[in-house]
Design a protein around this ligand. Structure first.
Ligand code: SF4
Ligand code: SF4
Length: 448
């Protein structure tokens, strides 16, 4: 018997406690110092539970289970819902300091009805029988011109005819004007970005040519929620604005957003994608951002009422009382996500849409597919990336983002490593702590 190659072992960030996590067996334990030392020294015999829980294994037996769990993963994904993004325009009324699309074509034209019909016909055929929903993305898909409104209504009508829901990713400036139109159709959710209170938000996300956007976004969020439209509020974080998080959380609480059942949040990390305009010194690495988040949360626990960060598996374990199924692939591109633009081109996802050289085919004027490139994307997971095949973190990490990996190495089948150990150290400390504001009384994790 040997230690499982999927064991993830580490120390809590601020206390003398250790964790042992194994995704293949879906086991997690908090260890005291003595037990952690026994584990590190390989003294298995003293503790029969190591084998019962799959922390020590017969390697051949484990290989069989790894293959079986992989087939289960593929089966599950086959039935997953697919998200289909459509970009009507790359034009935008904002000049965000970190926009990765700033160099894209900013001409304000709207997709012709021929393009729209070709797109719906393509998705009818290529995703027939699949659960799916649509997402309008940009640029800014809700520009407030007659042409854009006509396009949005035509899109939503065609989606409705197919009983498909549409999500919209918008900067939120015109949301308040669009709410009456949107509330007549099947809207899954509206994703809006708010990067701080007025001063900081307006500095980072001003109108083109200057001008504030904060008040109108806040108005739009409240109007959407009042009309029964779900809001997914995103905050893009870097060193410049992370200090705003407690105030944004307080604003959301005061406005009654956080107690609304249709309100949810996400925190994004500002990072260099391909044509990012940010100054490098304000960007966080993943670990740095989560370190600062953990510190902020212990000082301002109202943040948790606004958003509970994942800290890798920590939040899931804390909320669900068990680990998720092993993650053989964390990148949905070309599997459960595709993106399309008004020029008729097909891309893997939102990270690649519109980027020259990343096209995977066309749906208009004719359907063409670059099958070899598509196969490359579709075959990417932790079993195909050499570095991931030997990595203990693989089933928690899933290989990361294919686009980031390709930007760094030129290869889709290369890793975008996630700092799983560091995030678990911070997150388990936060969620399984003695802090009464964050403590879960029903901690299931066994303690040796
Ligand atoms: S390439 Fe990156 S951005 Fe695109 S779907 Fe994969 S993980 Fe997401
Ligand atoms: S991307 Fe890096 S951390 Fe993630 S599984 Fe692959 S080698 Fe491990």
């Amino acid at each position: 018997m040997i230690a499982s190659r999927h064991n993830i072992f580490g120390k809590f960030s601020h206390s003398e406690r250790w964790y042992l996590v194994n995704l293949l067996n879906r086991q997690a334990d908090i260890l005291d110092a003595e037990t952690a030392e026994a584990y590190q020294r390989g003294i298995w015999g003293d503790n029969p539970a190591w084998a019962e829980k799959g922390y020590i294994v017969d390697p051949q037996d484990e290989t069989k289970r790894y293959k079986g769990a992989y087939l289960d993963f593929l089966d599950r994904r086959e039935n997953d819902e697919i998200q289909l993004f459509f970009v009507p325009t790359y034009a935008c009324n904002f000049a965000c300091s970190y926009c990765y699309q700033a160099a894209y074509d900013q001409n304000q034209t709207y997709p012709s009805s021929a393009v729209l019909e070709a797109w719906f016909s393509y998705i009818d055929q290529h995703f027939a029988g699949k659960r799916k929903y649509l997402t309008l993305f940009g640029g800014e898909p809700l520009l407030n011109s007659a042409g854009q409104r006509e396009f949005v209504e035509a899109f939503l009508r065609l989606a409705d005819q197919r009983q498909l829901e549409t999500a919209i990713v918008t900067n939120g400036y015109t949301l308040v004007d669009y709410v009456p139109l949107l509330s007549r159709y099947r809207i899954r959710e509206i994703q809006v970005t708010l990067d701080g209170l007025a001063e900081v938000h307006n500095r980072r996300r001003p109108l083109k040519g200057g001008g504030s956007s904060f008040e109108r976004i806040v108005e739009g969020i409240s109007a959407a929620l009042q009309s029964g439209i779900a809001i997914n509020l995103r905050m893009v974080l870097d060193r410049d604005n992370i200090g705003e998080l407690p105030q944004v959380a307080s604003l959301a609480i005061e406005k009654g957003w956080t107690s609304h059942s249709l309100f949810k949040t996400q925190l994004g990390r500002n990072y260099e994608l391909h044509t990012c305009q940010s100054q490098a010194q304000v960007l966080y690495s993943r670990v740095e951002m989560y370190e600062d988040l953990a510190r902020l949360i212990s000082d301002a626990p109202q943040i948790l009422e606004f958003h509970r960060p994942a800290f890798s598996l920590s939040k899931f374990l804390w909320e669900q009382g068990e680990l998720p199924a092993p993650l053989y692939d964390s990148c949905p591109g070309t599997k459960t996500e595709w993106a399309f633009d008004a020029s008729g081109k097909i891309f893997s996802c939102t990270a690649t849409v519109g980027k020259s050289g990343e096209e995977l085919g066309t749906f208009y004027p004719t359907v063409t597919l670059k099958q070899d490139k598509i196969d490359d994307w579709e075959e990417r997971d932790v079993t195909s990336i050499p570095e991931c095949q030997e990595c203990a973190l693989a089933l928690a990490c899933g290989g990361g983002c294919a686009s980031v990996a390709k930007n760094q190495t030129g290869r889709v089948h290369s890793p975008d490593c996630r700092p799983v150990r560091e995030l678990l150290s911070l997150g388990l400390e936060l969620y399984f702590s003695e802090n009464p504001k964050t403590k879960n009384e029903e901690t299931y994790v066994a303690k040796y």
